[in-house]
Write a protein that binds this ligand. Structure first.
Ligand SMILES: [Zn+2]
Length: 401
């Protein structure tokens, strides 16, 4: 791990709170239902649904009166050399002539898995059906677009750039394309990424990247309290979504998510399951957060928080336990199973959602990297001894792959 740069004697950014009243939940409801509709068919890159989604988002930016980014809203790029994909990017110029050259990027990916199928990333690869991607990530897209609308009425001193990314599910395609814009990165003081914000449960919101700038923790926790959210913070700048592309450029990032669910990457990720009231709370929190950072005379001071590249990003495993780990790494001393999929090996062995995995075959597990490393060395012929901690008690499970 690289050394963490510490800069002393800088004052924390002081939180501002403005109460919103309005149409947020209703608007986000409309956006999610459209983006996750049969017509858009899972928004797979280079399909009609993908293009319709991009046009819908650019239409909203235009209607709300945002300015096109570098002369246009729709920014084409390609993945795997030739597959045409789209980003949609808009701006709200800062009100302060001495600060408006600095910008905050607010992003969310709008693509999803289309009809799924083998190799698509679907957790039911044997089923060919529309993967609606309501939570992943019509929810984050709707929230980002709604923030854009709200900020048209409340100018900020720094510039705000709103980005809907294509091809995230194909390896962060859209965010890598935008982060390759050097002029943009040079003016960016913070990148916020919303990915899967539609399943708020027990007011618990996960935020990754809290170690990527100075005093982020106190700012976030203070705002979380005011909005009735209990935040699980994790410092790492690297993570399984688009903020990673900006952290890799040495920029402060925040990754905001309500985390994994049983419907993740299945055709059941549908708009009916979205908690729009929860999204409204997250939008209010995010509005105050962005407004605070965008108006503060003190810009976020970058700190390194973990490696810029994950070793496990594209590892193919011969053995899987059938759990969804806590990808934001909010719990230390082990890896929390955020979800245990019924009928899969871990579930059959008695693992429960919330269990903290602390060892596999006698090797200690303290984070997702160690977990992936140990898992990649396992073969499906042998049973696996998994040590978990549940309610403070150590339990040993025997998992048959
Ligand atoms: Zn996804």
């Amino acid at each position: 791990m690289m050394p963490i740069r510490i800069i002393r004697r800088l004052l924390p950014i002081t939180a501002m709170v403005l109460s919103l009243s309005g149409l947020q939940a209703q608007n986000m409801h409309e956006h999610v239902y459209y983006l996750a509709s049969d017509e858009l068919a899972g928004r797979f890159p280079a399909t009609r649904g993908d293009t319709l989604a991009a046009r819908y988002i650019s239409g909203l930016f235009e209607r709300y009166g945002l300015q096109p980014f570098e002369g246009r809203f729709i920014h084409p790029f390609t993945i795997r050399d030739s597959v045409p994909c789209l980003n949609v990017v808009a701006m709200l110029n800062g009100s302060d002539p001495s600060m408006r050259h600095e910008a905050i990027v607010v992003g969310a990916h709008f693509d999803h898995l289309g009809y799924g199928g083998p190799g698509s990333g679907s957790r039911r690869p044997d089923t060919t059906a529309i993967h609606y991607g309501a939570d992943d990530n019509a929810s984050g897209t709707a929230l980002m677009v709604e923030l854009a609308r709200l900020f048209t009425a409340v100018p900020t001193r720094r510039t705000l750039i709103f980005a809907a990314f294509g091809a995230e599910e194909q390896g962060l395609g859209g965010s890598k394309a935008l982060a390759s814009n050097t002029a943009l990165c040079e003016r960016t003081v913070l990148m916020l990424n919303f990915d899967m914000v539609g399943h708020l449960r027990n007011h618990a919101l996960s935020i990754g990247g809290s170690g990527t700038f100075l005093h982020a923790d106190s700012l976030l926790l203070g705002l979380g309290r005011r909005h009735g959210l209990s935040l699980a913070l994790s410092p790492q700048g690297y993570g399984p979504s688009d903020h990673t592309s900006f952290y890799a450029k040495g920029l402060p990032v925040l990754f905001i998510t309500t985390g994994g669910t049983l419907v993740y990457h299945t055709p059941d990720d549908r708009p009916e399951l979205i908690n729009f009231g929860g999204m409204d709370t997250i939008a209010r929190f995010a509005f105050d957060l962005i407004r605070t950072v965008a108006n503060s005379t003190q810009r976020p001071v970058f700190q390194e928080a973990g490696p810029a590249e994950g070793s496990h990003a594209r590892t193919r495993l011969k053995v899987t336990l059938g759990i969804m780990p806590d990808v934001t790494g909010t719990q230390s001393g082990g890896l929390r199973a955020d979800m245990v999929v019924p009928g899969k090996p871990a579930h059959r062995a008695g693992m429960k959602t919330g269990d903290l995995i602390v060892s596999i075959n006698g090797q200690n597990i303290s984070n997702i990297d160690e977990y992936m490393q140990v898992l990649s060395g396992l073969s499906p012929e042998h049973e696996i001894r998994v040590g978990v901690v549940r309610n403070g008690q150590r339990i040993d499970l025997t998992v048959i792959p």
